[in-house]
Design a protein around this ligand. Structure first.
Ligand code: ZN
Length: 255
């Protein structure tokens, strides 16, 4: 049965209007990517939040074995105020914004690169493409970041991507209300294709639960953009698996 996500008071707009929005941002030191966390909506109090529990691992991660002992960077992953950003309903539904104008080659190249990145991660977690952003858990949109000036009036380097999540309460008829999340990835088409794909790969890593950065340049989740972007590494998946083994309040019924 398809879950019908119903937005209650958890919309970002409302959170801003009641002044409860906490924006925690960390910008990658030498690049252009940024994470934004949107804190729990006003309706959620500690008394009503679900009890943190782990979810069963999806089969792909349950079967994952690293015979090379490559290690992980789990200690760099931040739990959010409601626990680790773990998806528990599979497949995770992904919406990729299609080229707005058919003749816009840049936009079409963007779509292709993003779809490839989605495909890469789907080896490790079940993902499915959906046609409507309202039906998606992860929404990936084309984004032209605004120009910014430094305090001294110099033009700053433009950001290429930004990933954020928001919480909402989902209701399926006759079942308890579930604390849920959805992610938005904003991604610039103003890069060459391999970098668009690499940036999409990295931001999808955040959206799939790796809310932190690796200190090692051969991991997709390395904090900085590198000249030759690596594929998803053993360490990335070791880390992802550890994230999915953690307790979280997401995906469980409210009390
Ligand atoms: Zn990042």
């Amino acid at each position: 049965m398809r879950i019908r996500a119903q937005r209650l008071l958890a919309t970002l707009g409302l959170a801003i209007s009641v002044g409860l929005l906490v924006l925690l941002t960390h910008i990658h030191p030498s690049t252009t990517q940024e994470l934004t966390l949107h804190e729990a909506p006003a309706t959620l109090t500690p008394a009503t939040l679900p009890v943190p529990q782990p979810h069963p691992l999806p089969p792909e991660l349950a079967q994952w074995q690293d015979s090379t002992n490559s290690g992980d960077y789990f200690d760099q992953v931040q739990p959010t105020p409601v626990g680790y950003l773990v998806w528990s309903q599979f497949p995770v539904r992904v919406y990729v914004e299609l080229a707005v104008q058919n003749n816009d080659e840049q936009a079409q190249r963007w779509v292709k690169a993003v779809l490839l990145a989605v495909q890469e991660w789907s080896v490790y977690l079940p993902l499915v493409l959906v046609e409507q952003p309202t039906a998606a858990d992860i929404v990936i949109v084309q984004w032209y970041s605004p120009l910014r000036l430094s305090p001294s009036g110099e033009l700053q380097r433009m950001r290429t991507a930004e990933t954020s999540y928001e919480l909402y309460i989902s209701h399926v008829k006759d079942t308890p209300a579930i604390l849920s999340h959805r992610c938005t990835i904003k991604l610039s088409p103003r890069q060459i294709v391999p970098y668009i794909q690499a940036t999409a790969r990295h931001e999808l890593g955040h959206a799939l639960g790796i809310w932190g950065h690796s200190p090692v340049a051969t991991d997709v989740m390395y904090f900085s953009q590198v000249r030759n972007p690596p594929p998803i590494s053993t360490r990335d998946i070791n880390t992802l698996k550890r994230v999915y083994e953690q307790a979280t309040r997401l995906g469980w019924p409210l009390r």
